[in-house]
Design a protein around this ligand. Sequence first.
Ligand code: UD1
Ligand code: MG
Length: 455
Amino acid sequence: MALSVVVLAAGKGTRMRSALPKVLHPVAHKPMVQHVIDTAQQLHPSTVHVIYGHGGDALKTALKGQAVNFVEQAEQLGTGHAVQQVVPHLGSDEKVLILYGDVPLTRLATLKTLLAAAEKTDLALLTVTLPDPNGYGRIVRSKQGAVSGIVEQKDANIAQLAITEVNTGMMVVHSASLKRWLANLQNNNAQGEFYLTDIVAMAAVEGVKIATSQPDEISEVEGANNRVQLAALERAYQLRQAEQLMISGATLMDPARVDVRGQVTVGSDVVIDANVIFEGRVELADGVVIESNCVLRNCKIGADSRVKSHSVIEGAELAAGCSVGPFARLRPGAVLEQGAAIGNFVEVKNTRMGPGAKASHLTYLGDAVVGAAANIGAGTITCNYDGANKHLTEIGAGAFIGSNSSLVAPVQIGDNATVGAGSTITKAVAAGELAVARGKQITISGWQRPVKKEQ
Ligand code: UD1
Ligand code: MG
């Protein structure tokens, strides 16, 4: 049977105290509602409807280009009213999965279990038993255990308030029944709202068997109303990512001090020290070591390479056996071939380092190609920018660039050529030659230092 997903996202989120609509607040750099949509899309629904109210423009901009149908709920008259807005878009014989845009951590497996529970009946609820059910709608069951309704906190009597099984809000409803029940909703309750939860009692009265299923973890059904709860969701998400990395073969020195804001894949025997942040897509091959306090964004690190403390790597690709840092910065287009080494206070941008090439200290390499086993001395600068355009520096295999040299691009240093320390190189140096371009040292013998005049 076809599946439609409805994501409730019309709430204002006043307690966020933010210009940003609540559902756009991020968990791991991704809007909460995007987490919900991404999980929902994995169920291959025919449509994902997003019900919006406040901040519709911001929501449409954030979700631009995605296969979602936006449905406006101009006034927020309750969860039942919200789902009523989507009725014209629903078919007569499909399953409708209702999710909340501010509950981002629901697992795919949990939704699949809920859908399976709804296979033989018209209504299945995702419920959870909480030590403190305060604030939630309570699941009311008969003596025999059959669900007879949901009572909201504000409408509950003392006996009902003691119920610890609560409504997560997520449910699967058959579209024909949903339409019938929604048409009968009333708002004569404590909050004067049209409660979606009132359809449960209607189903029970009709004799519909109401199925329930539960998530594995409470964090899967938790929402964020304020930034304290948002931070708690972030931690829960990060712990999950950390566990996934460990199960995939990485040792984390402290699973509570790693942040994954994107997708990280790890080989076996990877070691990640404390306070490492991953963003975008990062691949770590077997045996990679990432020392403490590094940021890695959209990069690939080859087998047995080591990224030492306080390095920032973005848009770079490292082959096997490379070494970077401590305190190194690799920018987009940095490519390190096998065994290349980048040391402290070295910045590398759009530059290929050949196998075994080294720049060990205090260097800027921009728009350069460095041959195999070349050695770039401390303080070397590729002067790649003339104020208008960027130019290429080519350094041959086995070349040796003496310390504190400026290579004014475009310029070529041949294979096995040597540049004397302190040179400013503006012309090509042929293979095997030595170029020295600096003031000649003169020694003045017998020179006397000035002495202070008597006052
Ligand atoms: C709702 C449930 C309650 C459940 C709880 C779980 C109802 C009546 N109650 O209560 O049983 O235990 O969630 O968190 O459904 N929304 C709209 N339009 C509206 C109202 C709400 O889109 O007019 C959206 C909100 O943005 C939010 C979700 O629906 O994402 C839930 O709304 P909220 O007001 O938080 O409902 P609760 O009172 O918490
Ligand atoms: Mg709520």
